[in-house]
Design a protein around this ligand. Structure first.
Ligand code: AP5
Ligand code: MG
Ligand code: ZN
Length: 217
């Protein structure tokens, strides 16, 4: 199974992806998580990505496409994968088609998590992330049992540097400019399934399961 999640920053891609990949035994590929790991390790990729991420801008397509191409070629991705936050531009979507063709694969579903801008700002500014395992929490909508501590692994929770009030607005604007063209690209292929991402986490999950099981929405 090959799935793409499209959604603006804060739409719930990471939250839902964690549950889906667990249930279906497929790999989770988040380009944002990969860039953050590279930044934390101080690799050349990380140094390059950081300047764009800190400003809420997209990392250039050639860099992003390169790491996805490399990753998807790995044998552990043959059981299926969920792409979270890639593609984000039409050139990335075209490149993904080439990559999939070279691996004799095709996409099964493109799931769009629809959420209003107002909700997104609230979600992003209240998000906390586990430094150890990457799990996402929210101070109001999904608080951990113990403040500042991950329920899953006991790791420390922190606020992403791009979740500051100033950067959040920028990220939303930058991504809004891309998302319609990206949806058009996949609409013509008949792949887009829209999910109401505004609903509570469990309800969004049920909607996604319906899509994956081929149930009418
Ligand atoms: P990335 O890490 O992908 O960030 P993003 O797209 O901005 O999305 P987020 O991770 O912020 O949101 P999410 O949809 O995963 O939401 P989450 O589940 O955490 O990318 C970061 C940066 O890397 C980009 O800005 C760019 O610079 C670069 N980059 C990455 N990919 C790229 C690409 N393809 N091309 C170029 N550059 C790229 O949920 C958010 C919060 O809401 C959490 O607190 C969560 O608990 C809460 N929440 C989730 N669902 C619900 C719900 N249903 N109800 C209530 N609360 C909820
Ligand atoms: Mg995410
Ligand atoms: Zn954790």
């Amino acid at each position: 199974m090959q799935i793409v999640f499209i959604g603006l920053p804060g739409a719930g891609k990471g939250t839902q992806a964690a549950r889906i990949v667990e249930e279906y035994g497929i790999r989770h590929l988040s380009t944002g998580d990969m860039f953050r790991a590279a930044v934390a390790e101080g690799t050349p990729l990380g140094l390059k990505a950081k300047t764009f991420m800190d400003q809420g801008q997209l990392v250039p397509d050639d860099v992003t496409i390169g790491i996805v191409r490399e990753t998807l070629a790995k044998p552990e991705y043959r059981k299926g994968f969920l792409l979270d936050g890639f593609p984000r531009t039409v050139p990335q979507a075209e490149a993904l088609d080439d990559i999939l063709a070279s691996l004799s694969l095709a996409l099964d579903h493109v799931i769009y998590l629809e959420v209003s801008r107002e909700t997104l700002v609230e979600r992003l500014t209240g998000r906390r992330v586990c430094r150890k395992c990457g799990a996402s929490y929210h101070v109001a909508f999904r608080p951990p049992a113990r403040a500042g501590v991950c329920d899953l692994c006991g790791g420390e929770l922190y606020q992403r540097s791009d979740d500051s009030a100033e950067t959040v607005g920028k990220r939303l604007d930058v991504n809004l400019r891309q998302v319609d063209a990206l949806l058009d690209y996949y609409e013509t292929k008949g792949l887009v399934r829209r999910v109401n991402g505004e609903a509570p986490i469990d309800e969004v999950y049920r909607q996604i399961q319906d899509v994956l099981r081929g149930r009418p929405q």
